[in-house]
Design a protein around this ligand. Sequence first.
Ligand code: SF4
Length: 327
Amino acid sequence: MKNHVVMSGMRPTGRLHLGNMMGALTNWIKLQDDYECFFVVVDWHALTTGYENTQELKENIRQMVIDWVSVGLNPEKCNIFVQSHVKQHAELHLLLSMLTPLSWLERCPTYKEQLKQLENKDINTYGFLGYPVLMATDILIYKADRVPVGKDQQPHIELTREIARRFNYLYEPVFPEPKALYTEFKVLPGIDGRKMSKSYDNYIEISASPETINQKVKMMVTDPARIRKNDPGHPDVCSVFAFYNVFDEKDNVTELRELCEKGQIGCVECKKKLAAIMNDKMEPIRQKRNELEQNPAIIDDILDNGAKRARLVAERTLEEVREAMKI
Ligand code: SF4
C-alpha cells in the first residue's frame, strides 16, 4: 500500500522532446514506484487556449502517451488516462467553480501572463479564466496530497489548497491540502543553447531517428570562443557538454571536461561521439515506440484501464462531495 497520492498532468502537445523526457517524465518514472500515481493527459486544459483548433487533438494524445510508455511509465504501476474520459472531473469542476471567488482567479499570475503572451488568441473566455479551478479539480478529485511541480506552478498549488480549505470549511472536510513535490532533474538545453522548446524549434524529439539525432547534434552550438581544435574550451557554455552530462557516465564526463579544457579534443569528434552515445541510449525507446505504433490496441487498452480505475476513485470522492454539499 503506497502512502501518498500523486497527480500530475500534461497537455497533449503530440510527440515530446528530450527536454520533456529528462524533466517531467524521468521524475514521473521515479515516482511511480513509491506513490499511488495518476498521470493524466489534460485535453480539456488544451481547449482553454486551443479551442479553435482541435483537428490534431486525438493524434496528439496518442503520440504523447506512446512517448510516456516508451520511456518507462508502467501502466501496472500507475494510472495513465485522458481527462475527458473521466467525466467526474467536469462535475467537480462545476461544483468547485461555485465557491471559488472570482478575485482568486483574476490575481493568478499565470493568468495575467498568458493573456499577454497569447495576444494573438482570443482567450478572454470563461473557460480560460477558470482553468486553475479545473487544475484544482484534477488534483482534489483523487485526493492527491503530493503534486510534482516546477516553481512557476506554485501559485496553482496554493490556489488548490485555498479551494480545498474553503470547501472543507463550508461543508465537511473532504479534501486533503496537497503539497508541492519539488524534485531535482537534469536540464537539457535546446540545440541553440536556449531552453529546449517546440516554440523555439530547437528540440530533439524522443522519437527522432538516428539520422535526425546525428544531424541535430551536428547543429548544436558549442563554445563560441573556440576557433581552432587546440584552443582551450569552456564546456560549461557548450550545449554538447550539457547533453553529455545527461547521457554519458559521470567519469566520462569528467574526462571530457579535461580534454576540452586542455584543447585535446575537437568539437567535430566530440559531437560524433555524443551522437553515438545518444543513439545507443535511445534505441530501446525507439523500439518500444515502434511496437506501440504498430499495435494501437495496446495504448487503447492502457487508456481504457487507466480511465476505469480513475473513474472509481473520482466517483468515490464525488459521492462524499455530494453528501457534504447535500445535493
Ligand atoms: Fe563542447 Fe566538446 Fe567542443 Fe568542448 S570539445 S566545446 S565540450 S563540443
